[in-house]
Design a binder for this molecule. Structure first.
Ligand code: 4AD
Length: 463
């Protein structure tokens, strides 16, 4: 497999000038005349294709010129740097081997396809320039996040996917049941009917790894999770998915301010990392997807995030209530339009909104001295709205128990959680970063369906 990656050719084209190389890849487009032709070929290592020139000195010239888009080839040829041409270099083919042909009904033709159409072929869309760039950047962001936390000695904890608890208390869970399989109908000891009751209780797909994460933070001090999360929210919007990935750090001996500092440092780290390692992709997004992207990201790197309490935010938003579809008042949850107004019109940079009314937040958040609000924070960013949700946790045993009773949670089911407040309770805080929203933020893509490889949203689970 001595193939030169197209990415390498783009990076070091001068050193390959007039050298013979062998590349592999798939045809993006093919034009031919009687005696020569051009193939645009992509090998997946770089989101831009390379132009290959071939002529009738090739013994299989007539076969090659009739190939359909999508065919897989191996090409040996000479690199020629072309500073005055549209493409910076091309390859003059000495031989072309066909690895696999494609049929004329190949759904990706040379013309520009709409994102809506491409969503109907999630198995093929990663072959387009835009999705090559999106999913490479998605991969880089994942790497940057691990690097950020590992460099700071956070332990990566794999929290379970199947769980008996509802972390957010919103009841938006997918239940897990067994299939009606005859061979698991009876357990060997006949005490449990596996068909109906595999786990001996109702279980669901996790909405958040936080509660399990907290138990490990009480042992390792600083931990993070990074895994799939499931929510049966009936929200058919451009920023909600039924299956998405979440990063949830949890830090013992940390309060809400520490929490916000880690969140800000992490977002800045991710932005710097992507700006350094995906320059070409960012330039592409800036040209074709969102013209203000690079300027906005650079601005974030050089500014402090804003801070505002929920109560102050409501005062600002109430002045603009006429312009909102959903009118706000103290006690109402913020909708995307309010979040975007705050971050895009008022702060013009990311902003933390803190200290929300306890009624609209989860049971585990620490009660503030005013008894009305909790030590919660949401980080809002321009273009998206909420990207991070976090809080300092209630570490007082009695207050937590009281809150759990108020919200109707079973104390038995959550005994593991209240135990943490019995055995060496410590102040602690954490947050959840919505991974897809982070990818949207860094690419300028405006729909969550276009940053998930195989999106699962209301009414859609293709593949
Ligand atoms: O604010 P959320 O619900 O917070 C939690 O789940 C906490 N347990 C986190 C913690 O403190 N450890 O969700 C966190 C983030 C949101 O800010 C959002 O970015 C993302 O997860 N998110 C979604 N992303 C895509 N689709 C959905 N349906 C989402 N719901 C939440």
């Amino acid at each position: 497999m001595d193939f030169i990656h197209i990415k390498k050719l783009y990076q070091d084209m001068d050193s390959y000038n007039e050298q013979s190389v062998t590349i592999c890849g798939w045809i993006r487009s093919l034009r031919d005349s009687k005696s020569f032709g051009f193939i645009s070929i992509n090998d997946g290592t770089y989101f831009q294709p390379v132009q290959v020139v071939f002529d009738n000195t090739l013994e299989n010239f007539d076969t090659i010129r009739k190939l359909n888009i999508g065919s897989a080839l191996i090409i040996k040829g000479n690199v020629l740097v072309t500073p005055n041409a549209r493409q910076p270099f091309e390859i003059h083919a000495e031989s072309i081997t066909i690895e696999g042909t494609s049929t004329p009904d190949y759904p990706l033709q040379k013309k520009r396809h709409s994102f809506e159409y491409l969503r109907t072929i999630p198995h093929l869309r990663p072959r387009t320039n835009t999705f090559q760039a999106v999913f490479r950047v998605r991969s880089l962001i994942a790497y940057a996040i691990h690097q950020f936390f590992q460099e700071r000695d956070f332990v990566y904890v794999h929290t379970p996917i199947i769980t008996g608890s509802d972390c957010e208390g919103a009841g938006e869970m997918f239940q897990v049941t067994t299939l009606d399989l005859a061979n698991i109908e009876k357990s060997p000891n006949e005490k449990v009917n596996y068909k109906k009751d595999f786990f001996g209780k109702e279980v669901n797909l996790t909405v958040s790894g936080q509660l399990n994460g907290e138990t490990y933070a009480m042992a390792f001090q600083n931990i993070y999770t990074f895994g799939p999360t499931f929510r049966a929210e009936n929200s058919n919007t451009s920023r909600h998915a039924a299956e998405f990935w979440m990063i949830e750090p949890e830090m013992a001996f940390a309060d809400l301010n520490d929490d916000m500092q880690v969140a800000e440092d992490m977002l800045k780290y991710i932005i710097s990392y992507v700006m350094e390692h995906a320059k070409e992709e960012l330039t592409f997004f800036n040209q074709h997807i969102d013209t203000g992207l690079i300027e906005r990201l650079e601005h974030v790197l050089h500014s402090e995030f804003g801070h505002i309490t929920y109560t102050e935010a409501i005062k600002i938003l109430e002045k603009n209530n006429d312009a909102f579809q959903y009118k706000v008042h103290w006690g109402s949850d913020l909708q995307t339009e309010h979040e975007r107004y705050l971050t895009e019109e008022i702060f013009k940079r990311p902003v933390f909104v803190t200290d929300y009314p306890k009624e609209i937040k989860a049971f585990y958040m620490k009660l503030n001295p005013d008894q009305k609000t909790v030590a919660a924070m949401d980080c809002l960013v321009p273009g998206i709205g909420e990207i991070i949700g976090g809080s300092q946790r209630e570490d007082d045993y009695d207050l937590l128990l009281a809150r759990m009773k108020e919200t109707g949670l079973s104390l038995d089911d959550y005994a593991f959680y209240t135990d943490l407040r019995k055995y060496g309770s410590a102040r602690h805080a954490g947050f959840g970063l919505g991974f897809e929203r982070c990818v949207m933020y860094l690419t300028g893509m405006s729909n969550i369906r276009d940053v998930l490889p195989f999106p699962r949203t209301v009414g859609n689970c293709t593949l």
